[in-house]
Design a protein around this ligand. Structure first.
Ligand code: ZN
Length: 136
């Protein structure tokens, strides 16, 4: 059995980290799948999906860590195309674009502190995440 839905985002900030575990749980429940997996995947090249702690200090640490590894700069080769989001692409590569999570007994089977986040690196525009539930 397959069940597909899309989450929509239009962030106020250029970079944002949005907790989406409740939305994914709702979709899993609605799917009726008891045993299977759910794919949660950003449909963009400047956004990502990751699993980690929902703790505001850590989220700030992640943001600083990404800015350190892939800082906003004017001199990326990508900007020769007229774009200015070279750092957004690199940050998205570091976070990766998708996660696959287990469903057991009809519920998202996450570890105690595991939470799902949408990471926006080039926001203030319409973005989507696909949530595809697979199983029986
Ligand atoms: Zn670009």
């Amino acid at each position: 059995m397959f069940h597909t839905e899309y989450l929509k985002f239009h962030t106020k900030s250029h970079r944002e980290y949005i907790h989406i575990t409740p939305q994914v749980e709702t979709i899993v429940k609605k799917s009726g799948v008891k045993e299977g997996i759910v794919l949660v995947s950003a449909m963009h090249i400047t956004a990502g999906v990751y699993v980690n702690d929902n703790e505001s200090g850590l989220i700030e640490d992640i943001d600083e860590w990404l800015e350190g590894l892939a800082p906003f700069r004017k001199d990326y080769k990508h900007h020769e195309t007229g774009e200015d989001n070279g750092d957004s692409h690199l940050k998205a590569l570091l976070i990766h674009h998708e996660v696959t999570l287990p469903i057991t007994a009809g519920k998202l089977d996450l570890g105690t502190w595991q939470r799902i986040f949408y990471a926006e690196f080039d926001g203030q525009r319409d973005k989507r995440v696909i949530v595809k539930v697979m199983g029986e």
